[in-house]
Write a protein that binds this ligand. Structure first.
Ligand SMILES: Nc1ncnc2c1ncn2[C@@H]1O[C@H](COP(=O)(O)OP(=O)(O)O)[C@@H](O)[C@H]1O
Ligand SMILES: [Mg+2]
Length: 255
């Protein structure tokens, strides 16, 4: 199915709909715009438009849009992913796919609307996704999991997904474990009381908080500076990583 951008009758920015007022969380230039649209045949669909700045970024984002489209097509047939992905015929930076009626995981938690078996189903869905030959790689992010109106888990945002056949066996199993630990992270955060003891133990032994992103690194650094004694007691890995970062920074100045 191919959608022409003039087919769009109504367009609601999903980011504003979710209560993220413009200005309070300014849109980052590299983030796609996600909106719900009504196509002329009455379908409610999501339109995701990547930025189309100057070359070579324009090519990079075009590749990203194409990549997410291909991952969605590969996952089509599963009940827990947005189906019927298509590309806009006149805009290579835009993809559209079926809208899922439901709410985000954080909202479902606030409204105490997460069903008892939600995370068991989510875990099984991710295992099924792996059998379809895809790893998602961004499942620890609660924004990428929706709770449908019938209470079923739905997985969205296939921008960082990868086909397993491209990965060497060891990296593939690391990626599958990362996905499953992402689900356990959400389970632990939103409904840890329903976690079986063995699952809880597996999570606690295997989950390592990723502080390698610049934002998380700055947070860890602030914590260290604000409370050096606590940082010394509890976070020697943090200190090691800070050391590594500073050494790398110095190296870039020297070389
Ligand atoms: N198929 C869908 N059905 C309903 N809402 C969706 C769908 N896809 C995305 N959304 C909404 O749009 C938001 C952003 O979508 P996402 O694909 O995660 O974009 P980003 O790459 O910016 O994280 C989601 O958190 C969700 O609220
Ligand atoms: Mg997302």
């Amino acid at each position: 199915m191919s959608i022409h951008s003039t087919d769009l009758l109504e367009c609601i920015d999903l980011r504003n709909q979710a209560g993220e007022e413009e200005g309070r969380f300014p849109r980052r230039w590299y983030k796609p715009v996600t909106a719900v649209i009504h196509s002329q045949n009455g379908d409610k669909r999501v339109m995701k438009k990547y930025p189309n700045g100057v070359f070579p970024l324009s090519w990079y984002f075009r590749l990203l849009a194409n990549h997410e489209y291909r991952m969605l097509i590969r996952a089509d047939g599963t009940a827990f992913t947005p189906s019927l992905a298509s590309r806009c015929s006149d805009d290579p930076w835009t993809i559209t796919y079926r809208y899922i009626d439901g709410i985000g995981l954080k909202d479902a938690f606030r409204q105490s609307a997460i069903p008892e078996d939600f995370f068991v189903k989510l875990y099984a869905s991710v295992q099924q996704l792996h059998r379809y030959g895809i790893v998602h790689l961004d499942l620890g992010n609660s924004g990428n999991v929706l709770c449908s109106t019938s209470g079923d888990p739905k997985i969205i945002d296939f921008g960082s997904a990868l086909p397993l056949y491209l990965l060497p066996r060891s990296i593939g199993s690391w990626a599958r474990k990362r996905d499953l630990l992402g689900v356990l992270k959400l389970w632990y955060r939103f409904d840890r009381r329903s976690m079986p003891e063995a699952t809880l133990r597996f999570f606690r032994t295997n989950y390592k908080k990723n502080i390698y992103t610049p934002k998380r690194f700055l947070k860890a650094l602030k914590r260290c500076l604000a409370n050096p004694s606590q940082a010394r007691q509890g976070s020697s890995p943090v200190a090691a990583i800070i050391g590594l970062f500073i050494s790398l920074l110095l190296l870039t100045f020297i070389i």
